[in-house]
Design a protein around this ligand. Structure first.
Ligand SMILES: [Zn+2]
Ligand SMILES: [Zn+2]
Length: 313
């Protein structure tokens, strides 16, 4: 009986020792993503392979995505390597994401930046807000055809500029443009051009990105109801677009909610002016109201956008 008690004591001591050694080991590893700041998270992800490596979405193929996976009439087979549905696109991303998490113990999709804004980060972004350039082409700009318009979304494909979360950026573009249906009765459609745009050949600034999107991808805009929307990870601005023209870009590393930025920049394409930090009337063209998540336009912008979409000729 006595001997058994001593054995039990020793067993407890050994278990406690083992447990503490294991917990020391865990502490020493210290790469727990849960403790990372946003910057550390991004830095660490950049040391790992791209999560979509080994799939058709690794940036080496030109992949076009739409809701049903059927190419529209005006897109020829020479223009792409694969044409897939949104469902296939999401499945490919989710499978790769799960494998990546299993291998590296970290989600390849970083937490959304705007949910993790520190004062320093916000200050940098506020300093550099620049929202549109007047249309360089002097074109009449985009408008409806048969009651709809088409947003062609081009995430950058190069390792420096590509967004970390391609699924969410596509969804954000859709969520932002949805409000054109509600307010103007014009039906938005989408195509995702994955692996087309290489933005690594310009010095990062949203003006340069915008020009580069135009230079590299303008051949994919075939009708006057089509807008090309580029996504990059980071540059000095939240977004940029050419007013009353067909091109816009936005950044994933963003002070604002991405869907509001998409809505704001596409509104510039439809000729809406920029309101700066204007507080007077609720409008998505004012940074304050965008910051609050406001999704409507003021009366002045509504008239301008309506005319651009419906009374263009
Ligand atoms: Zn603006
Ligand atoms: Zn307005």
């Amino acid at each position: 009986m006595k001997k058994e008690k001593i054995c039990l004591k020793w067993a407890v001591v050994i278990i406690v020792l083992l447990l503490s050694i294991t917990s020391i080991k865990f502490n020493v590893v210290g790469n727990d993503p849960a403790n990372f700041t946003y910057e550390e998270y991004i830095e660490y992800l950049r040391t790992l392979p791209y999560f979509l490596n080994g799939t058709i979405l690794d940036g080496t193929y030109r992949v076009i995505v739409n809701e049903n996976g059927t190419p529209p009439d005006d897109i020829t087979p020479e223009e792409y390597d694969y044409f897939i549905s949104v469902q296939d696109f999401n499945n490919t991303c989710e499978t790769a994401r799960q494998q990546f998490r299993g291998t590296y113990g970290i989600d390849p999709y970083p937490p959304e930046f705007y949910e993790n804004v520190t004062e320093d980060m916000a200050y940098d972004e506020w300093q550099n807000i620049q929202h549109y350039n007047q249309s360089p082409s002097g074109s009449p700009g985009p408008h409806e055809i048969d009651g709809n318009f088409l947003v062609k979304v081009f995430p950058a494909k190069d390792s420096t500029n590509r967004p970390f979360n391609p699924q969410q950026r596509y969804q954000d573009t859709k969520s932002g443009c949805f409000w054109f249906l509600i307010w103007y009765g014009v039906y938005p459609e989408y195509l995702y051009y994955y692996g087309f745009w290489d933005a690594s050949d310009v010095t990062p600034s949203s003006g340069n990105f915008l020009q580069d999107l135009y230079d590299d991808c303008k051949q994919y805009r075939k009708k006057d109801n089509q807008i090309l929307f580029g996504w990059v990870y980071d540059g000095p601005n939240a977004g940029n677009s050419w007013r009353q023209d067909f091109y816009a870009v936005a950044e994933e590393w963003n002070f604002f909610s991405h869907k509001r930025v998409a809505q704001h920049e596409v509104s510039h394409c439809f000729n809406a002016p920029d309101h700066g930090w204007w507080l007077s009337f609720p409008c998505v063209m004012s940074y304050w109201w965008m910051w609050f998540g406001w999704f409507g336009w003021c009366g002045g912008c509504r008239n301008i956008v309506w005319d651009q979409i419906w009374n263009w000729n």
